[in-house]
Design a protein around this ligand. Structure first.
Ligand SMILES: [Ca+2]
Length: 285
C-alpha cells in the first residue's frame, strides 16, 4: 500500500531526484516535508510493544547532499557535526562532514589494504572498526589524530555507544557489548524476532536505550531490545531512494545517526547521493 501511495504522490520522486530539500529550494522543501515514505513490514504480533512495533511511516523532513562515492559503513551526529566511516580497500576513511552541504571538512584515510567499518564516539575518542583485520583505530575526537589501536576476534561491521558500552555487530545475529577502554567483551545478545534469529546486522545506532540496526542487503532497520535481543519494531525504507539512483545491489541503506535535538533520524546508504532527515510516525492500526 505504501508504494502505491508514493507512486500516486508522484512529486516525491521528483523532489528526491533533484535533492532540492537541503539546497534552499523552499518550494521543494515544503513538498519534502510532506513526503511520507513508508515503510512497513506487516505487523508481527511477536514484536510486542515498542517503537514501530506495528511499523512506522517515515516522513522526509529534509534531504542533504551525500558523497556518492562514500561506501557508508558508520554514521553518527555529535554536536551538530556528522561523522562518517567509509569502506572498500583503498577508499576507506573517517570523515567529518558538514551536514547541510555534505562537504567533507576533514578526513583520515585507512591503510590501502584495510576495509573501514563502523564508527562510534565515547567521550573524547572515536573508534573505527575494520572488516577483517581484527583491528580498531582510535582517534582524538577534536583533531582526528590517531591515538591508539584496539583488537577483537571477530569481523567488524557496525558500532555504536550506549553511554557506558560499545555495541558492535559482526555480520551475524550476535551483538557484542564491549568496554569503552579496553574493548574487552562485556556481554552479548543474539537478535531474534518471531521467525528466528536475525542475521546480517550491520550499521548501528543506540537511541533512547534501544539498538537500531541496518540489516545487510536490505533497506530495513530493526529496533532491538538490548536486554534480550528481541526485535521490538521495524522500519522499512526501501522507497527512500529509487532503484535507478543506485549503481549496484550493494548500495543499500546503511547509516543511522540520531539528532537528539529534533528526535529525527539521519539515514543514508552506500554510495547514496543523498542523506535524509526523517521523522518516524507510528502506524497504530
Ligand atoms: Ca550509527
Amino acid at each position: 500500500m505504501c508504494s502505491e501511495q508514493i507512486s500516486a504522490m508522484g512529486f516525491r520522486r521528483q523532489s528526491l531526484s533533484r535533492y532540492g530539500c537541503g539546497s534552499g529550494w523552499l518550494a521543494l522543501l515544503s513538498l519534502c516535508a510532506l513526503s511520507l515514505v513508508a515503510c512497513v513490514a506487516p505487523w508481527d504480533p511477536a514484536l510486542g510493544r515498542g517503537p514501530c512495533a506495528r511499523g512506522c511511516r517515515a516522513q522526509v523532513v529534509q534531504s542533504f547532499p551525500h558523497d556518492p562515492k562514500a561506501f557508508t559503513e558508520g554514521l553518527f551526529l555529535l554536536d551538530g557535526v556528522l561523522y562518517e566511516g567509509t569502506g572498500i580497500e583503498g577508499q576507506s576513511s573517517l570523515r567529518r562532514t558538514h551536514l547541510q552541504s555534505g562537504a567533507v571538512g576533514q578526513a583520515v584515510s585507512l591503510p590501502s589494504d584495510e576495509f573501514g567499518e563502523g564508527i562510534a564516539a565515547a567521550g573524547a575518542r572515536i573508534v573505527q572498526l575494520t572488516w577483517k583485520h581484527g583491528r580498531a583505530y582510535v582517534y582524538d575526537v577534536s583533531t582526528l589524530a590517531l591515538i591508539d589501536q584496539l583488537s577483537y576476534p571477530t569481523e567488524g561491521w557496525g558500532l555504536s555507544f550506549d553511554g557506558s558500552r560499545f555495541v558492535m555487530s559482526d555480520g551475524s545475529s550476535t551483538l557484542y557489548f564491549r568496554s569503552p577502554d579496553t574493548f574487552a567483551e562485556l556481554g552479548r545478545i543474539r537478535v531474534h524476532d518471531g521467525r528466528g534469529f536475525v542475521d546480517h546486522l550491520n550499521e548501528l545506532e543506540v537511541i533512547n536505550g534501544l539498538i537500531y540496526a541496518n540489516v545487510w542487503l536490505t533497506d530495513m532497520i530493526v529496533i532491538i531490545d538490548p536486554q534480550d535481543g528481541a526485535v521490538r519494531g521495524r522500519i522499512g525504507l526501501s522507497d527512500l531512494l529509487p532503484a535507478d539512483q543506485r549503481s549496484d545491489r550493494e548500495d543499500v541503506l546503511n547509516g543511522i545517526a540520531y539528532d537528539v535535538g529534533s528526535g529525527h533520524l539521519l539515514v543514508t546508504g552506500k554510495r547514496w547521493p543523498a542523506l535524509f532527515e526523517i521523522a518516524l510516525q507510528e502506524i497504530r492500526d
